[in-house]
Structures are given as C-alpha cells and as structure tokens.
Design a protein around this ligand. Structure first.
Ligand SMILES: Cc1ncc(C[n+]2csc(CCOP(=O)(O)OP(=O)(O)O)c2C)c(N)n1
Ligand SMILES: [Mg+2]
Length: 452
C-alpha cells in the first residue's frame, strides 16, 4: 500500500517490526525519544494522517502532544477493528471499522494515486538513515555501535526481546527490523520481560536466532529462567547491559533532585559466573572492539550464551549523559535550553483585541512553527498594555531557524499585517534557565511538556 499510493510510513511504540525498516518509504518509530525531525514533520508538515490498527496511548502520542486533541491538526483517517476505539481520543475525518489486513486488501483494489511527493519521502527516509548512525557517548563501550553490529550481522528473522529501561533505547533506535514479528517488547513497559519472552520465542521456533536484551536491573528480575532455557535446550543469546544501576530511575532522580541518589545503585552478581552456574557460557565485554568476536562465539554456542556489556554509567542514552542530567543540561554536548522573552507594548486598551486575534489566528501558526511555548501573558501591574510571551529553544541556531520559518510563512505574514497597528514597540531578551528550572533541559520529560 505504501508503494502503490506513495505513502511515507512510521510505526508506533513497540510495533517497529510491522514494516521492513529497509523500505524506502519507512521513516522511523513514533514512541519514546523519537527522531526529532520525524516529530517535527508530523506536527508541522503532515496534512493527512492514516492510522491503521493503532490506538492512541501516551507513548505513541508523546503525552498527547504530537497530535492536537480532540481535533487533529491534519486530516485524519482512523482504521481500527474495534468501533469503540474510533473517535475515542481524536476526532477522525473518516472512521473505518476494519482489521488492518482487510483494509490493506481493500486499498490494494483501488486505483493507484500518488499521495506524497517523492522528494518528501526521500527526505523523510534520509532523516531516518542519519538517525541510525551511532552517537558519541562516554566510555569505551558504545552501545549504539554494538546494536548496529548486531543488526547488520544477525539473520533478518532474529527475534529481539526486551523489557523496560534506558538500555532499550539503544535497541529501539539502532536496530532496523527486517521481518514481521521480530520485536517482542511490552507495551506496558514492564521490566523482566525479555528472558521469558525470549524463551517463548525460541520454543516456538528453534531455528531462529533469539536475543534477549536486558539491563542489569531488568535481567535480575527473571534471569533465573535461564534454568528453563537450559532444561529445554534453548540456545538464546543474552545481552546484559550492565551500568550498575536502575539507570532510568537514577536519571529521574538526577533531573528532579540533582545529586540525591537513593536506592538506584545495584550490587550485581558476576553475570558470567551466574550464567555458568546454569550451564550457560558467556563473557564480559568492556570495549566496543571486543564485541564482534564475542557475538561470533555466542552464535556458535549450542547452550546459549551471555554477553555482559559493561557500559559507563555516564552514557545514559544515545543523547543524554548522567552528569548532564544532574547539571540540568541537555545532551552529551552540554547544551542548555534557552528561553526567549518577547515584550510587546500595545496601544492603550488594545490588549483584549490583540489576544483575541492572536488566539483566533496567530496562535496555531506560531505554536506549530516555534514549538515550545513557555507562557503567554498580559501585564496587570507595572507597565500596562503589554503582552509578554516566552518560547524555549535548544539553542540560538534552532531559534533562528524557527523564526525564519515563521517569518517566511504566508499565513503568518497575513496575520502580522493585521495586528501591526496595535503595536507600539517591542523588546526581546534571551534567557538561560537555572539548572533546576523547568525548561532547563531538552529531554524526553520536557518532550511530554512540549506543546509543539
Ligand atoms: C516491573 C517493573 N518494576 C519497575 C519499573 C520501573 N522502572 C522502569 S525502568 C527501571 C530501571 C531499569 O533498570 P535497568 O534494567 O538496569 O536499565 P537501565 O535503565 O539502567 O538501562 C525501573 C525500576 C518497571 N518499568 N517495571
Ligand atoms: Mg541498569
């Protein structure tokens, strides 16, 4: 259907295996920490959204910020087998009660039309391919490179099972699924899922390679089931991403209560000795370049194999370091968000009219282009007849790009002409949030608050 109608395709949380990720129309997953450009395009450029088989939970919608609720910013077609789901969260322009398979079959019987431009699709695809390139992270072992190696060297029908934790971000970002039903991961986000899920997958098909990917915390919740794997002769590859902590929870502690670390350090067993005690061989990897041979040994083992990946606790995610989380800064590069304050002095008595026009016409345009509105105010005491609005940006360059897009937008030009006569003067300031301030970080938590 994607090819017949020239449709760009994105998948939803935990459904990354619903299309061959190598397909030129595929552009990534909408879920936790998605590709920023994909998010922007859904917010700003997509004018028709066809959703097949998916509900709209918090993960898929990024806390209900990706798509305007209840009326989406774009034309919206929702296909779902359960009629109760249609219109439940978002108001569709067209609701279709159908299983995905029936819908796709019916669509293929329709005449061919070109929905999206070829250029748009190739740009969408190029963003995704660039996002697959490993980032630079702290320490000698780069999980991005490890997952790329796994992804490029294991068979296309390899099943990957993971539970919950920051470690899963590496797998979800850097592995490109090639076949349907190769991703086993809980939509509920429960830890401890990977080992039992891997056992079930291997029991179902012993000829397929099955990889359990777990953090140290996640693994220790159900790893005693290695005994079951051994009992049934299931040669599973276990990748244990050991950072010595419940990294995800530590990240939240550092962001919200910097330096106050409580009960997130883990006193771990020796994972290789532990696996050996079940009759499963294994080894520890501490550097990226050791991984290649370790994986070959894992593939050759008939008893399953555990690879303990000792990662630097600094490398929280592909784009966030522990010390940056603590310092309230964004990313490994140590960027800080900036906030622009714009104060407009208006003619006496013009505030209500200005706000009315802005709400009716300007708001939607500005919000979709500038992104993160921190607040919009009018003055009550002090200098009167002023409006004050604040917008957050990653950096000055992002601000310049977004402001340029706004200025160039014909809808904005038209709106600005209408309100120009109400304004007398304006004053702008660029502010840097204190580390403990909201908007100090560009991180997934902020993304939830992001009203783009
Ligand atoms: C059963 C269960 N308990 C608790 C949580 C909350 N939780 C989410 S991630 C996480 C820590 C995961 O630690 P680890 O597996 O070591 O992964 P890391 O974040 O360190 O990469 C916790 C406690 C959960 N999702 N599921
Ligand atoms: Mg951990």
């Amino acid at each position: 259907m994607a090819e017949r109608f020239s449709l760009p395709v994105a998948t939803t949380f935990r459904c990354q295996d619903y299309i061959d990720n190598a397909h030129p129309n595929y552009g990534g997953v909408i879920g936790i920490a998605p590709l920023p450009e994909l998010r922007r395009k859904v917010r700003e450029e997509v004018d028709l959204l066809i959703t097949v088989g998916s509900r709209f939970g918090e993960m898929t919608t990024q806390g209900y910020t990706l798509i305007d609720s209840p009326v989406p910013q774009m034309r919206f077609v929702h296909v779902h087998p359960g009629p109760e789901e249609l219109g439940h969260v978002y108001a569709p322009d067209l609701s279709i009660v159908s299983s995905p398979a029936n819908f796709l079959r019916a669509m293929l019987a329709q005449p061919t039309v070109q929905v999206a431009d070829d250029d748009w699709i190739s740009g969408f695809r190029a963003d995704f391919e660039a996002f697959l390139k490993p980032t630079e992270v702290a320490g000698d072992l780069n999980m991005g490179e490890v997952i790329r190696h796994v992804s490029e060297n294991l068979p296309n029908d390899t099943v990957y099972a993971n539970g919950a934790g920051n470690y899963s971000v590496w797998l979800h970002r850097f592995h490109a699924h090639r076949e349907y039903r190769t991703q086993l991961a809980p939509t509920s986000g429960s830890m401890g899922y990977s080992v039992p899920a891997a056992i079930a997958a291997k029991l179902e098909n012993r000829n397929r390679t099955v990889v359990s990917v777990a953090g140290d915390g996640c693994f220790l919740m159900t790893s005693q089931e290695m005994a079951t794997a051994k009992q049934y002769g299931l040669a599973i590859i276990y990748l244990v991403v050991n950072n010595g902590m419940y990294g995800t929870i530590r990240m939240h502690q550092e962001r919200n209560h910097p330096g106050r670390v409580i009960s997130t350090e883990l006193q771990n067993p020796d994972f290789v000795t532990y696996a050996n005690s079940f009759g499963i061989p294994g080894e520890t990897v501490t550097r990226t370049d050791q991984f290649r041979d370790a994986l070959s040994r894992a593939q050759a083992s008939e008893d399953g194999y555990l690879i303990e990946l000792q990662v630097d606790p600094e490398a929280l995610t592909p784009t966030q370091s522990l010390s940056a989380a603590r310092a309230g800064r964004a990313g490994n590069k140590g960027l800080t968000m900036i906030v622009e304050e714009r104060i407009y002095s208006l003619n006496i008595g013009a505030v209500p009219l200005y706000l009315k026009q802005y709400e009716e016409e300007g708001l939607a345009i500005q919000r979709s282009i500038l992104g993160r509105m921190v607040g919009y105010f009018s003055t009550e005491i002090g200098p009167l007849h002023q409006i004050v609005h604040l917008w957050a940006y990653k950096d000055l360059q992002e601000r310049a790009e977004r402001r340029a897009r706004l200025t160039a937008d014909p809808r904005w030009k038209e709106y600005a002409l209408k309100t120009r006569d109400l304004q007398i003067s304006q004053e702008n300031k660029i502010l840097i949030p204190a580390p403990f301030s909201p908007w100090a970080n560009d991180d997934p938590a902020l993304d939830l608050a992001n009203n783009t």
